[in-house]
Ligand binder design. Structure first.
Ligand code: SF4
Ligand code: SF4
Length: 101
């Protein structure tokens, strides 16, 4: 008996971060504790002379908001942005279906 088609789902959301540039004190907690390590210090200074973070690897952010949880100054947060759901149906031919009954 042939196997049922397998649906391969692509990612349903992407992550995005928002940085309140002038609240940041450049401690780097968000960069250190981001699980996929997608944040980096900007080369630019804010009004207080710190280097706020930016999203260096846009495609790899999951929107988990751990950066927001660790930030002591409420200067960053992450969100998940929904993406159109695309799924591909892959028909898998079962080796059993080729047997003679
Ligand atoms: S939302 Fe999560 S993955 Fe994205 S930058 Fe923040 S900690 Fe990293
Ligand atoms: S944790 Fe907050 S204050 Fe520290 S570098 Fe990140 S955004 Fe700036």
């Amino acid at each position: 008996m042939p196997e049922a088609p397998v649906a391969q789902k692509v990612r349903k959301f992407r992550g995005q971060v928002f940085v309140d540039w002038d609240r940041c004190k450049g401690c780097g907690f968000c960069i250190e504790f981001c699980p996929p390590k997608v944040l980096a210090f900007s080369d630019n200074f804010n009004d207080h002379g710190y280097h706020p973070p930016y999203l260096a690897k846009e495609d790899a952010c999951t929107g988990c908001d751990l950066c927001g949880l660790y930030c002591p100054d409420f200067a960053i947060f992450g969100v998940r942005v929904a993406m159109p759901i695309e799924s591909t149906i892959v028909n898998q031919q079962s080796p059993i279906s080729n047997r003679k009954s």
